[in-house]
Design a protein around this ligand. Structure first.
Ligand SMILES: Cc1ncc(COP(=O)(O)O)c(C=O)c1O
Length: 357
Protein backbone atom coordinates (compact mmCIF):
# COMPACT_ATOMS: atom_id res chain seq x y z
CA UNK A 1 0.00 0.00 0.00
CA UNK A 2 1.27 3.45 -0.80
CA UNK A 3 1.96 5.37 2.39
CA UNK A 4 0.74 8.88 3.03
CA UNK A 5 1.12 10.77 6.27
CA UNK A 6 -2.29 11.04 7.97
CA UNK A 7 -1.37 14.32 9.67
CA UNK A 8 -0.46 15.86 6.31
CA UNK A 9 -3.66 14.57 4.75
CA UNK A 10 -5.89 16.05 7.43
CA UNK A 11 -4.03 19.35 7.55
CA UNK A 12 -6.13 22.28 6.36
CA UNK A 13 -4.15 24.86 4.35
CA UNK A 14 -5.33 27.71 2.19
CA UNK A 15 -3.35 27.76 -1.02
CA UNK A 16 -3.67 31.09 -2.49
CA UNK A 17 -2.03 31.11 -5.93
CA UNK A 18 -1.77 34.80 -5.66
CA UNK A 19 -1.91 37.14 -8.60
CA UNK A 20 -2.00 40.51 -6.92
CA UNK A 21 -0.35 42.71 -9.55
CA UNK A 22 -2.33 45.83 -10.31
CA UNK A 23 -3.91 45.96 -6.86
CA UNK A 24 -3.01 48.19 -3.98
CA UNK A 25 -2.02 45.43 -1.56
CA UNK A 26 -3.08 46.20 2.00
CA UNK A 27 -3.90 42.61 2.92
CA UNK A 28 -0.65 40.93 3.95
CA UNK A 29 1.21 43.64 5.89
CA UNK A 30 3.86 44.21 3.26
CA UNK A 31 5.14 47.65 2.31
CA UNK A 32 2.70 48.30 -0.58
CA UNK A 33 5.16 50.63 -2.35
CA UNK A 34 8.41 48.80 -1.59
CA UNK A 35 11.91 50.22 -1.37
CA UNK A 36 13.02 53.31 -3.32
CA UNK A 37 13.60 52.58 -7.01
CA UNK A 38 17.16 53.96 -6.82
CA UNK A 39 18.00 51.54 -4.03
CA UNK A 40 16.84 48.56 -6.11
CA UNK A 41 18.81 49.73 -9.17
CA UNK A 42 21.90 50.24 -7.10
CA UNK A 43 21.85 46.70 -5.70
CA UNK A 44 21.20 45.13 -9.10
CA UNK A 45 24.25 46.91 -10.59
CA UNK A 46 26.52 44.35 -8.90
CA UNK A 47 24.66 41.28 -10.12
CA UNK A 48 26.93 39.27 -12.39
CA UNK A 49 26.55 35.84 -14.05
CA UNK A 50 28.96 34.42 -11.44
CA UNK A 51 26.87 35.86 -8.64
CA UNK A 52 23.76 34.15 -9.99
CA UNK A 53 25.66 30.97 -10.86
CA UNK A 54 27.10 30.22 -7.45
CA UNK A 55 25.44 29.10 -4.23
CA UNK A 56 24.77 32.03 -1.92
CA UNK A 57 27.60 33.26 0.28
CA UNK A 58 26.13 33.62 3.75
CA UNK A 59 29.10 34.59 5.91
CA UNK A 60 29.53 38.25 4.87
CA UNK A 61 25.87 39.07 5.46
CA UNK A 62 25.66 37.10 8.73
CA UNK A 63 28.64 39.15 9.94
CA UNK A 64 26.95 42.40 8.91
CA UNK A 65 23.78 41.33 10.70
CA UNK A 66 25.74 40.33 13.82
CA UNK A 67 27.45 43.75 13.89
CA UNK A 68 24.08 45.47 13.41
CA UNK A 69 22.67 43.54 16.40
CA UNK A 70 25.88 43.93 18.47
CA UNK A 71 26.37 40.19 18.73
CA UNK A 72 28.36 37.47 16.97
CA UNK A 73 27.34 35.02 14.30
CA UNK A 74 26.97 32.07 16.71
CA UNK A 75 23.76 33.72 17.92
CA UNK A 76 22.14 33.89 14.49
CA UNK A 77 20.64 31.55 11.91
CA UNK A 78 19.45 32.92 8.57
CA UNK A 79 16.16 31.51 7.32
CA UNK A 80 14.02 31.68 4.20
CA UNK A 81 11.49 34.04 5.79
CA UNK A 82 10.85 33.93 9.52
CA UNK A 83 8.04 31.41 8.92
CA UNK A 84 10.78 28.88 8.14
CA UNK A 85 12.59 29.64 11.40
CA UNK A 86 9.36 29.18 13.36
CA UNK A 87 8.89 25.79 11.75
CA UNK A 88 12.40 24.65 12.65
CA UNK A 89 12.00 25.76 16.26
CA UNK A 90 8.75 23.80 16.57
CA UNK A 91 10.39 20.75 15.01
CA UNK A 92 13.57 20.84 17.09
CA UNK A 93 12.25 22.02 20.47
CA UNK A 94 8.98 20.10 20.83
CA UNK A 95 8.03 16.44 20.46
CA UNK A 96 5.00 14.65 18.96
CA UNK A 97 2.12 15.22 21.38
CA UNK A 98 4.13 17.94 23.17
CA UNK A 99 2.30 21.04 24.38
CA UNK A 100 2.82 24.41 22.74
CA UNK A 101 1.14 27.43 24.32
CA UNK A 102 0.22 30.46 22.21
CA UNK A 103 -2.36 33.23 22.12
CA UNK A 104 -5.24 33.31 19.64
CA UNK A 105 -6.05 34.89 17.30
CA UNK A 106 -2.52 35.15 16.03
CA UNK A 107 -0.33 34.39 13.04
CA UNK A 108 -1.87 31.14 11.83
CA UNK A 109 1.33 29.26 10.97
CA UNK A 110 2.00 28.49 14.63
CA UNK A 111 -1.09 26.33 14.71
CA UNK A 112 -0.46 24.90 11.24
CA UNK A 113 3.06 23.74 12.10
CA UNK A 114 1.87 22.34 15.43
CA UNK A 115 -0.75 20.30 13.63
CA UNK A 116 1.68 19.30 10.88
CA UNK A 117 4.00 17.71 13.43
CA UNK A 118 1.29 16.34 15.74
CA UNK A 119 1.87 18.81 18.57
CA UNK A 120 -0.80 19.86 21.05
CA UNK A 121 -1.41 23.60 20.55
CA UNK A 122 -2.93 25.10 23.70
CA UNK A 123 -4.78 28.29 22.79
CA UNK A 124 -4.96 31.24 25.14
CA UNK A 125 -7.72 33.52 23.83
CA UNK A 126 -7.88 37.28 24.02
CA UNK A 127 -10.41 38.83 26.36
CA UNK A 128 -13.68 40.22 24.99
CA UNK A 129 -12.26 43.77 25.21
CA UNK A 130 -9.31 42.63 23.02
CA UNK A 131 -6.76 42.80 25.83
CA UNK A 132 -4.45 39.91 26.67
CA UNK A 133 -4.16 39.12 30.36
CA UNK A 134 -0.69 37.75 31.05
CA UNK A 135 -2.15 35.72 33.92
CA UNK A 136 -4.16 33.71 31.35
CA UNK A 137 -0.91 32.73 29.65
CA UNK A 138 0.77 31.92 32.97
CA UNK A 139 -2.16 29.69 33.92
CA UNK A 140 -1.71 27.67 30.72
CA UNK A 141 1.94 26.83 31.42
CA UNK A 142 2.59 23.40 32.96
CA UNK A 143 5.48 20.96 33.25
CA UNK A 144 4.15 19.33 30.05
CA UNK A 145 4.51 22.58 28.06
CA UNK A 146 7.55 22.51 25.79
CA UNK A 147 7.26 25.81 23.93
CA UNK A 148 5.68 29.19 24.69
CA UNK A 149 5.05 31.36 21.65
CA UNK A 150 4.68 35.10 22.12
CA UNK A 151 4.40 37.79 19.47
CA UNK A 152 5.79 41.21 20.13
CA UNK A 153 3.73 42.88 18.76
CA UNK A 154 1.03 40.38 17.95
CA UNK A 155 -0.53 40.05 14.51
CA UNK A 156 -3.43 40.69 14.12
CA UNK A 157 -4.21 42.12 17.57
CA UNK A 158 -1.34 44.59 17.69
CA UNK A 159 -0.81 44.18 21.44
CA UNK A 160 2.61 44.23 23.15
CA UNK A 161 4.05 43.01 26.46
CA UNK A 162 5.74 45.27 28.98
CA UNK A 163 9.20 44.33 30.19
CA UNK A 164 7.67 43.41 33.55
CA UNK A 165 5.05 41.16 31.93
CA UNK A 166 7.68 39.49 29.78
CA UNK A 167 9.91 38.85 32.81
CA UNK A 168 6.98 37.25 34.65
CA UNK A 169 6.34 34.98 31.67
CA UNK A 170 10.02 34.16 31.36
CA UNK A 171 10.32 33.30 35.06
CA UNK A 172 7.39 30.91 34.76
CA UNK A 173 8.80 29.41 31.56
CA UNK A 174 12.15 28.83 33.25
CA UNK A 175 10.45 27.25 36.29
CA UNK A 176 8.75 24.73 33.95
CA UNK A 177 11.79 24.45 31.60
CA UNK A 178 9.86 25.77 28.61
CA UNK A 179 11.60 27.20 25.54
CA UNK A 180 10.30 30.67 24.63
CA UNK A 181 9.86 31.89 21.07
CA UNK A 182 9.21 35.60 20.58
CA UNK A 183 8.10 36.49 17.06
CA UNK A 184 9.21 40.05 16.30
CA UNK A 185 8.14 40.20 12.65
CA UNK A 186 6.71 43.67 13.30
CA UNK A 187 9.68 45.07 15.13
CA UNK A 188 10.62 48.62 13.98
CA UNK A 189 6.96 49.61 13.61
CA UNK A 190 7.06 49.30 17.36
CA UNK A 191 10.55 49.73 18.82
CA UNK A 192 10.22 47.63 22.00
CA UNK A 193 12.14 44.35 21.70
CA UNK A 194 13.10 41.34 23.79
CA UNK A 195 16.07 40.39 21.61
CA UNK A 196 18.57 40.89 24.40
CA UNK A 197 17.04 37.89 26.21
CA UNK A 198 17.73 35.80 23.10
CA UNK A 199 21.27 37.09 22.75
CA UNK A 200 22.26 37.16 26.42
CA UNK A 201 20.37 34.30 28.09
CA UNK A 202 19.39 30.74 27.14
CA UNK A 203 16.22 28.99 25.94
CA UNK A 204 14.80 32.15 24.35
CA UNK A 205 14.55 32.66 20.58
CA UNK A 206 13.55 35.80 18.71
CA UNK A 207 12.51 35.53 15.05
CA UNK A 208 12.63 38.55 12.79
CA UNK A 209 12.03 39.18 9.11
CA UNK A 210 13.08 41.43 6.25
CA UNK A 211 9.55 41.13 4.81
CA UNK A 212 7.92 43.93 6.76
CA UNK A 213 9.71 47.22 7.52
CA UNK A 214 12.61 46.37 5.21
CA UNK A 215 10.08 45.80 2.42
CA UNK A 216 11.58 42.61 0.94
CA UNK A 217 8.76 40.08 1.30
CA UNK A 218 9.43 38.88 -2.24
CA UNK A 219 12.98 37.91 -1.37
CA UNK A 220 12.17 35.66 1.61
CA UNK A 221 14.70 36.40 4.32
CA UNK A 222 14.47 36.26 8.08
CA UNK A 223 16.59 35.19 11.01
CA UNK A 224 16.46 33.39 14.30
CA UNK A 225 18.40 34.93 17.19
CA UNK A 226 19.20 32.82 20.22
CA UNK A 227 21.85 31.21 22.40
CA UNK A 228 24.62 29.39 20.45
CA UNK A 229 23.64 25.79 21.35
CA UNK A 230 20.00 26.49 20.47
CA UNK A 231 20.98 28.17 17.20
CA UNK A 232 23.18 25.18 16.30
CA UNK A 233 20.09 22.94 16.54
CA UNK A 234 18.02 25.32 14.39
CA UNK A 235 20.84 25.33 11.84
CA UNK A 236 20.76 21.53 11.64
CA UNK A 237 17.14 21.72 10.48
CA UNK A 238 17.88 24.03 7.51
CA UNK A 239 17.75 22.84 3.93
CA UNK A 240 21.11 23.40 2.18
CA UNK A 241 21.59 27.01 1.04
CA UNK A 242 18.17 27.95 2.39
CA UNK A 243 18.52 31.71 1.87
CA UNK A 244 19.00 33.11 -1.60
CA UNK A 245 21.82 35.30 -2.84
CA UNK A 246 19.60 38.18 -3.93
CA UNK A 247 17.94 38.37 -0.52
CA UNK A 248 21.34 38.53 1.20
CA UNK A 249 22.54 41.22 -1.19
CA UNK A 250 19.48 43.42 -0.71
CA UNK A 251 19.51 42.94 3.06
CA UNK A 252 23.23 43.76 3.27
CA UNK A 253 22.57 47.00 1.43
CA UNK A 254 19.53 47.80 3.59
CA UNK A 255 21.43 47.42 6.84
CA UNK A 256 24.37 49.48 5.62
CA UNK A 257 22.57 52.34 3.86
CA UNK A 258 22.59 55.30 6.25
CA UNK A 259 19.15 56.69 6.92
CA UNK A 260 17.14 54.00 5.08
CA UNK A 261 15.65 52.38 8.17
CA UNK A 262 14.74 55.78 9.64
CA UNK A 263 13.13 56.86 6.36
CA UNK A 264 11.00 53.71 6.18
CA UNK A 265 9.88 54.18 9.78
CA UNK A 266 9.05 57.86 9.28
CA UNK A 267 7.03 57.20 6.07
CA UNK A 268 5.08 54.58 7.97
CA UNK A 269 4.46 56.84 10.98
CA UNK A 270 3.23 59.63 8.72
CA UNK A 271 0.79 57.25 6.99
CA UNK A 272 -0.39 55.86 10.31
CA UNK A 273 -0.97 59.30 11.85
CA UNK A 274 -2.97 60.35 8.79
CA UNK A 275 -5.08 57.17 8.81
CA UNK A 276 -5.91 57.17 12.53
CA UNK A 277 -6.75 60.88 12.39
CA UNK A 278 -9.09 60.39 9.43
CA UNK A 279 -10.73 57.36 11.06
CA UNK A 280 -11.32 59.34 14.27
CA UNK A 281 -12.74 62.30 12.39
CA UNK A 282 -15.11 60.06 10.49
CA UNK A 283 -16.29 58.14 13.56
CA UNK A 284 -14.59 54.78 12.91
CA UNK A 285 -13.50 52.64 15.84
CA UNK A 286 -10.06 51.22 15.28
CA UNK A 287 -7.49 49.18 17.12
CA UNK A 288 -3.80 48.37 16.71
CA UNK A 289 -1.26 49.65 19.21
CA UNK A 290 1.73 48.39 17.28
CA UNK A 291 2.59 46.78 13.96
CA UNK A 292 1.98 48.05 10.43
CA UNK A 293 -1.70 47.16 10.41
CA UNK A 294 -4.93 48.36 11.95
CA UNK A 295 -8.30 46.78 12.74
CA UNK A 296 -11.14 48.99 11.62
CA UNK A 297 -14.77 48.43 12.54
CA UNK A 298 -16.65 49.33 9.36
CA UNK A 299 -20.07 50.94 9.43
CA UNK A 300 -21.47 48.38 7.00
CA UNK A 301 -20.79 44.71 6.23
CA UNK A 302 -17.04 43.95 6.33
CA UNK A 303 -17.18 41.08 3.82
CA UNK A 304 -19.06 43.23 1.31
CA UNK A 305 -16.51 46.01 1.74
CA UNK A 306 -13.59 43.63 1.19
CA UNK A 307 -15.21 42.40 -2.03
CA UNK A 308 -16.13 45.85 -3.34
CA UNK A 309 -12.70 47.25 -2.44
CA UNK A 310 -11.14 44.58 -4.61
CA UNK A 311 -13.57 44.75 -7.52
CA UNK A 312 -14.24 48.47 -7.70
CA UNK A 313 -11.24 50.13 -6.10
CA UNK A 314 -8.51 47.59 -6.89
CA UNK A 315 -7.53 47.55 -3.21
CA UNK A 316 -6.91 44.32 -1.30
CA UNK A 317 -7.74 44.23 2.42
CA UNK A 318 -8.76 41.44 4.79
CA UNK A 319 -11.71 40.82 7.06
CA UNK A 320 -11.46 39.06 10.41
CA UNK A 321 -14.34 37.63 12.37
CA UNK A 322 -14.63 37.04 16.11
CA UNK A 323 -12.59 40.08 17.07
CA UNK A 324 -14.13 40.41 20.55
CA UNK A 325 -16.59 43.25 20.87
CA UNK A 326 -15.48 44.52 17.46
CA UNK A 327 -17.20 41.56 15.78
CA UNK A 328 -16.26 41.32 12.10
CA UNK A 329 -13.53 43.82 11.26
CA UNK A 330 -11.31 45.00 8.47
CA UNK A 331 -7.59 44.54 8.83
CA UNK A 332 -5.68 47.03 6.79
CA UNK A 333 -1.94 47.32 6.24
CA UNK A 334 -0.61 50.80 6.97
CA UNK A 335 1.51 52.33 4.21
CA UNK A 336 2.70 55.84 3.40
CA UNK A 337 0.32 58.79 3.59
CA UNK A 338 -0.21 58.66 -0.18
CA UNK A 339 -1.38 55.05 0.07
CA UNK A 340 -3.57 55.75 3.08
CA UNK A 341 -5.27 58.64 1.30
CA UNK A 342 -6.30 56.28 -1.47
CA UNK A 343 -7.59 53.72 1.00
CA UNK A 344 -9.49 56.27 3.09
CA UNK A 345 -11.21 57.76 0.08
CA UNK A 346 -12.32 54.29 -1.01
CA UNK A 347 -13.53 53.33 2.48
CA UNK A 348 -15.65 56.46 2.87
CA UNK A 349 -17.08 56.05 -0.61
CA UNK A 350 -18.03 52.37 -0.24
CA UNK A 351 -19.27 52.59 3.35
CA UNK A 352 -21.53 55.54 2.39
CA UNK A 353 -22.79 53.73 -0.69
CA UNK A 354 -23.62 50.65 1.41
CA UNK A 355 -25.30 52.77 4.11
CA UNK A 356 -27.51 54.34 1.46
CA UNK A 357 -28.66 51.02 0.03
C1 LIG B 1 3.51 37.53 13.07
C2 LIG B 1 4.17 37.04 11.83
N1 LIG B 1 5.25 36.26 11.95
C3 LIG B 1 5.88 35.78 10.87
C4 LIG B 1 5.45 36.10 9.61
C5 LIG B 1 6.18 35.49 8.44
O1 LIG B 1 6.95 36.39 7.78
P1 LIG B 1 8.09 35.96 6.76
O2 LIG B 1 8.02 34.47 6.60
O3 LIG B 1 7.79 36.70 5.52
O4 LIG B 1 9.37 36.36 7.38
C6 LIG B 1 4.33 36.91 9.43
C7 LIG B 1 3.85 37.25 8.08
O5 LIG B 1 2.89 37.93 7.85
C8 LIG B 1 3.67 37.39 10.58
O6 LIG B 1 2.59 38.17 10.50
Amino acid sequence: MYYTNAETESLYRIFDQNARTGYLRLDLNENPEGLPEAFIEDVLKDVTPEFVGQYPETLPFTETLAAYLHTDIRHLCLVNGSAEGIRYIIQAFTSPGGRIVGVVPSYFMFQIYSEMYGRDYVKVPYREDLTMDVQDILDALTDETQLLILLNPNNPMGNVYTEEEFERLLDAARAHEITVLVDEAYHYFYPGTFIRYALETEHVFVTRTFSKLFSMAGLRLGYVAGWPEGIALVQKMCTPHNTNAFALKFAEKALTTPGLEEQLVSDFLEGRAYLTDMLDRNGYEHRGDAGNFLFIRPKTDAEVLVRRMKEEKKILIKSYSGIGKFGVCLRVTVGSRRVMERFMEALLDLDRAEEDR
